[in-house]
Write a protein that binds this ligand. Structure first.
Ligand code: ADP
Length: 479
């Protein structure tokens, strides 16, 4: 059984071999002679043109022939009555009435189909269907006109045979002339066509050329939109706007790397300074030793914090940031952040205002991290004994978590920049508050990844209010 199957399988393979070979040769041919689009367009137009010529040739020939047979039918209508009348009067004299030189023969039957006259001996049928007429035109160069004539109260069936040799010659001549004109047109297309279609697809080769040269060094290169038209213009515009986006991302990335390196440079320099100090005097001087160790610890923590923030942002950029979402009540977060802040911060008055309970679906730790960022900032930018309030309330389909302080506030022109990476207002730089300008960027990432919004209100010298708006599942009883 298996052997039989094996044999039929190999027989199949042998049978399929020539097909595979043909496929391979065709593939090789296609690869070697990669036909250009302009060539293919020319060929396609030539093909269409050929079909048009054939239709034109057949159309003019058939049209002319039909026109002529209509004319013959009209002549037949005039002659048929006359011929029947004269034949009844004197059959012998009929020839005198074959007045028209195109009229080659006549066949007349009476109403019982008795032949009265037949000048065409080989035909004695009164047939007048279209196919028969067509056949006799082609075979005998004769057009048969058929009619029923009533004369002196009797019915007669008449066939008049017209010689159409001249007409056929004219039809042939017309055919030849139209074919000639068509071929002339084809020759023109063959000469002019390739350059026209090449002109049409030139923007594509230009685009290929430009695209090939684009790299990180000349990322601002764009395609020339004016050189192309219609769909190719759309393509060029789409390509350019794609390049705009890539360039933006690339520049932002470069800026991020240079800002990050810059931020890391300071703590590394501080570390090096203290290590040098330890190396020189720290071994003997206990005070220097303790100061240096404390500072090194502080800077190491600072660096760790920065690196973690950078990693968070990088993960978000790479879209690999993972959120562990669950259902929870926002006032749990508010309560926890309020309690921990109150515990660690004795320099400010920490309060919590009315808090609307609301169930939301999100990553609790991340949202807490965002709230902490706002509270951290409030603590940093609020002088001692200032007030910091954390609360929540419902606003349309969102639940709002608000962190409000009566600290230094933010100037209007700085307000739009505070969410930019590494941005710190001059005041905070001077104050040595220790931030890297990444906190709000991270908070923004977290809130946006929960389909939320952030609202900021701040008056310089009066205080600030940061509100996180998150879509809730449902509101629950007040806390
Ligand atoms: P940083 O780590 O420096 O605090 P952020 O991104 O969190 O960075 O904040 C950016 C800047 O926005 C801060 O440097 C500060 O100038 C301003 N800012 C943020 N929150 C407040 C606030 N509550 N009061 C005043 N200024 C603030």
């Amino acid at each position: 059984m298996f052997r039989i199957m094996g044999r039929s399988g190999s027989a199949m393979k042998v049978l399929l071999k020539p097909i595979a070979l043909i496929k391979r040769i065709a593939g090789d041919f296609r690869k070697k002679f990669r036909l250009s689009i302009s060539f293919k367009i020319s060929i396609a137009y030539m093909g269409l043109y050929l079909v048009a010529i054939i239709i034109a040739i057949l159309g003019t020939m058939i049209g002319y022939m039909t026109y002529k047979t209509v004319e013959l039918d009209k002549t037949g209508d005039i002659y048929s009555g006359l011929i029947v009348r004269k034949t009844i009067e004197d059959q012998e004299a009929l020839e005198n009435y074959l007045i028209d030189e195109r009229l080659s023969a006549v066949l007349i039957y009476d109403s019982e189909f008795n032949e009265i006259i037949n000048t065409r001996n080989d035909h004695n049928n009164y047939v007048h269907n279209t196919f028969f007429k067509f056949e006799t035109i082609l075979k005998e160069e004769i057009y048969v006109y058929s009619a029923t004539v009533s004369e002196l109260g009797e019915i007669y069936y008449v066939n008049i045979y017209f010689d159409v040799a001249t007409i056929l010659n004219e039809v042939m001549l017309i055919g030849v002339l139209v074919t000639f004109a068509g071929l002339l047109g084809m020759l023109m297309i063959a000469i002019v066509g390739p350059s026209t279609s090449k002109k049409l697809v030139k923007p594509i080769s230009d685009m290929t050329e430009v695209t090939r040269t684009i790299s990180a060094n000349n990322i601002n290169t764009r395609l020339n939109i004016k050189a192309s038209q219609h769909e190719l213009r759309d393509l060029a515009e789409t390509f350019n706007s794609m390049m705009d986006r890539i360039e933006d991302d690339y520049l932002r990335q470069q800026q991020f790397v240079s800002d990050a390196s810059h931020e890391l440079r300071t703590p590394i320099a501080v570390l090096k300074g203290y290590i040098d100090m330890l190396d020189r005097w720290g071994k003997e001087d206990k005070a220097v030793l303790e100061e240096s160790i404390g500072a090194i610890k502080n800077e190491a923590n600072n660096m760790q914090d920065l690196v973690e923030k950078l990693l968070f942002i990088a993960r978000n950029d790479k879209m690999t940031l993972k959120l562990t979402k669950e259902e929870f009540n926002v006032n749990e977060i508010v309560e926890e952040v309020y309690k921990e802040t109150k515990m660690i911060d004795e320099k400010h008055i920490i309060t919590t205002s009315f808090c609307q309970g609301a169930l939301i679906f999100g990553d609790k730790n991340r949202i807490k991290q965002a709230v902490r960022i706002f509270v951290e900032n409030a603590r940093k930018f609020t002088p001692e004994n200032g007030e910091i309030d954390i609360g929540c309330y419902a606003e349309d389909e969102f639940v709002a978590i608000r962190v409000r302080d009566n600290g230094i506030g933010i100037k209007k022109k700085q307000l739009k920049k505070i969410f930019n990476r590494f941005y710190r207002a001059e005041e905070s730089r001077e104050k040595e508050t220790g931030g890297h300008g990444l906190g709000l960027s991270i908070a923004k990432i977290i809130v946006l990844s929960h389909r939320g919004k952030i609202k900021v209100k701040s008056t310089y010298g009066v205080g600030s209010s940061f509100v996180i708006l998150l879509p809730y599942i449902r509101l629950v009883d007040e806390a």
